[in-house]
Design a protein around this ligand. Structure first.
Ligand code: GLN
Length: 207
């Protein structure tokens, strides 16, 4: 279909989306564009229907949850997870993908799909921003510089979940399950590109 239809179908470059209801979606979009990806902000079900992969950014999961329900995005997002659409959640985005969230606000829901339990604000809600270098062999030899901002931790993982990284004390901060990828920290704000490249590879492998 040269010259017509979606660019993702005509030139082999998949179109990826960043959920843009709340949070640091601009940073993800800028990073994806810097990697040469076709990337759009996703706010409506019509946007979601166009993309072959979706990033859910950091921000505030309880607000993202409310907005996703208010704008009729929660069900389409759940269907997209169930259909196997590759997704990458950072921090609040990881919380959105978790089957179980602890220390949620009253009535807070998640999309689910990731067979994990996460605890919100696991390092304390005010003072808990810190940076650390993590070894993540899947991403190569040099460590990943990770920034944690009021971050969750993954407290339990189901059988299909691979732990990509944990802190020295054993707390799990990066996970993968099939097409789902999640980090408790923010690779999008440190100049780290390998997580997004890894995500784009899984999108390409499927499209
Ligand atoms: N504490 C936030 C939440 O519960 C996450 C913080 C972040 O995304 N940096 O959603």
């Amino acid at each position: 279909m040269a010259g017509s239809g979606s660019p993702s179908l005509s030139n082999g470059t998949p179109l990826v989306g960043v959920l843009a209801l709340q949070g640091d979606f601009r940073e993800h979009l800028a990073l994806l564009h810097s990697l040469g990806a076709d990337a759009i902000a996703v706010r409506r079900p019509e946007d979601l229907a166009r993309v072959q992969g979706l990033v859910i950014p950091g921000g505030e999961s309880s607000v993202m949850d409310k907005l996703s329900r208010l704008f009729g995005m929660a069900e389409p997002l759940r269907e997209a997870v169930a259909s196997g659409l590759p997704m990458f959640g950072t921090c609040a985005g990881l919380i959105m993908l978790a089957d179980t969230v602890r220390d949620a606000i009253e009535g807070q829901q998640t999309l689910g799909g990731f067979d994990i339990a996460v605890r919100r604000n696991a390092f304390g809600s005010q003072t808990a921003s810190f940076e650390v270098d993590l070894d993540i062999p899947e991403l190569g030899e040099s460590p990943v510089h990770a920034v944690f901002i009021r971050a969750p931790v993954v407290e339990s993982t189901g059988d299909g979940v691979t732990v990509l990284s944990a802190l020295d004390d054993g707390r799990i901060v990066a996970v993968q399950q099939g097409n789902l990828l999640g980090t408790a920290f923010h690779p999008e704000i440190t100049g780290e590109t390998r997580f997004h490249e890894y995500f784009l590879e899984s999108v390409r492998a499927r499209s």
